[in-house]
Design a protein around this ligand. Structure first.
Ligand SMILES: C[S@@+](CC[C@H](N)C(=O)[O-])C[C@H]1O[C@@H](n2cnc3c(N)ncnc32)[C@H](O)[C@@H]1O
Length: 267
């Protein structure tokens, strides 16, 4: 299976709507705002949202560049593009495109700022994707990439061996579940400079569907439960254990998002 086939299967209509709900929980909203503050975006700029998903980042970028600016947003999954287009329906200066990060439908040096949150970890050919990003950015332009290292996930459980097994299964949902630890090197290799790394943790101390981990549990359960070597019973037992930690006031979840900010050099 190609990595794009797997992405399209995960983000069908139901998957896209499920992710949108999780990304609207207060902890993820707060995380998105923190990340956005690291972006050097100004009114009038030409901006690019790569792998825009349900358009939450597109809306923020559209507001930041304003009517005098322009935003192009791309995603490979049509259900995501529909959600994003609906969310930004009032913004005339935003155009959505169905496209792969490996073949961006733009001229070279077209953008002054670009954002890709939780996207490159889905793309097997990281160097190809960064070459393509480099091509479409203007000299001096800023890029901001966010990815997760799933080994930074700390999730309290009464059965650590089972938790490790579940997370090993979940790591198969993307080609690069530990991308942040080598992304800096790849950015430099692609020619980007002045790269800085920040961490933005997500922490949940109670079990609640209106949190990132509460919502992700269902996503993880359906992916891991569908793997041939796992099966539904293991996943059901895992979910029952972790949710009951909440009832016993022992719930704890923490995960790092890694934010990379870099520039295409002027010369
Ligand atoms: C986890 S979602 C993040 C969505 C959005 N960036 C956000 O943070 O709200 C990952 C997104 O990347 C998109 N994606 C994954 N691989 C892609 C590719 N090769 N080309 C374009 N988009 C891709 C998916 O369709 C999905 O919408």
């Amino acid at each position: 299976m190609k990595d794009t086939d797997s992405t399209l299967a995960q983000f069908d209509q139901a998957g896209a709507e499920r992710l949108e709900k999780i990304y609207l929980t207060p902890d993820v909203v707060q995380q998105r705002e923190q990340i956005f503050q690291l972006l050097d975006v100004k009114p009038g700029m030409r901006a690019l949202d790569i792998g825009c998903g349900p358009g939450l980042t597109s809306l923020s970028l559209a507001q930041a560049v304003g009517n005098q600016g322009h935003l192009d947003a791309i995603d490979i999954a049509p259900p995501m593009l529909q959600l994003a287009a609906r969310r930004c329906a009032d913004a005339q200066h935003v155009v959505f495109h169905q496209a792969d990060v490996l073949q961006l439908p733009f001229e070279q040096a077209a953008f002054e700022v670009a954002l890709a949150t939780q996207v490159y970890e889905y793309v097997a050919d990281i160097d190809g994707a960064l070459r393509e990003l480099w091509r479409v950015m203007l000299p001096g332009a800023q890029v901001l990439l966010v990815d997760t290292d799933w080994e930074s996930c700390v999730w309290a459980s009464r059965d650590d061996a089972r938790m490790r097994r579940i997370m090993q299964g979940w790591s198969q949902h993307i080609p690069h579940p530990q991308l942040p630890r080598y992304l800096l090197q790849r950015l430099h290799r692609a020619g980007f400079a002045d790269a800085q790394v920040h961490t933005v943790p997500l922490i949940n101390t109670r079990y609640d569907l209106q949190t990132f981990s509460g919502g992700m549990m269902g996503f993880i359960a359906s992916f891991v439960g569908g793997l041939p070597e796992y099966g539904p019973q293991l996943v059901t037992d895992w979910q029952a254990d972790v949710t009951s930690m909440g009832e016993a006031s022992g719930y704890f979840f923490s995960l790092n998002r890694y934010v990379f900010v870099a520039r295409k050099p002027l010369a």
